[in-house]
Design a protein around this ligand. Sequence first.
Ligand SMILES: [Zn+2]
Length: 253
Amino acid sequence: MEQTIGVLKRRNIFGVTSGPAPLLERWKQAGRERIIPALWFGFMLQTVPTPAEVRQWFTERRYAVFSEVAIQYDGISPSDTMFEPYLAVVEEMDVPVGIHIGLGPPGALYLPGMGNYRARLHSPLVLEEALARHRKLRVYLMHAGWPMLDDLLAVLYAHPQVHVDVGIISYLLPRAAFHRYLQRIVEAGFARRVMFGSDQMNWPAAIERAIQAIEAAPFLTTEQKRDILFNNAARFLRLSQKQITAMSGKKDE
Ligand SMILES: [Zn+2]
């Protein structure tokens, strides 16, 4: 945690952060305003919050974002009726939601506790019925639906509100594979809907490796890099100019 927060300070990062509540609390105390608290969700959790609890926690502003929604590990699509009441809450409350659609650990299905994982749920098309029912949803696809590029481009084209993040794929994939994927998204005209993500879990060095993957992309303009690293998320999260100025000028003691 100390090493990660060191990176956040050195690179002036503010990170949407989620995990078990007591752990998130420790991170908030250590990282203060650099930690943007998010509600982690899956049906595999020991205690699954009810839609009413989710509503209450967002009313209390305990969390700023509903993510990571990790129901792909339950084998459940975000368009499934089980998830429907949660979507209704976050749409009505205008809460940003980040859903894991894409890769987990290699061979996830064969790992302990991940037997319900299914590769077909990598496709961003699994979100489409949910989008049709909840047209005001502020949603981003974590891991950008990798490697289902054509499905992703179809969803980005057909649903202009959808954003993606590049968590995991930005540091775990071979650099050429990540760049090719990102380049196709950018070439199709969607550079303003890509948000930086690391999805750093245990390895503090992963964050700067992920930043470097953006900075080193030869097909991105300086402006596109800045959009991916900051501006797109600032717009998606609807940060105020005051918040943006405070973040930009932040100096840690
Ligand atoms: Zn994920």
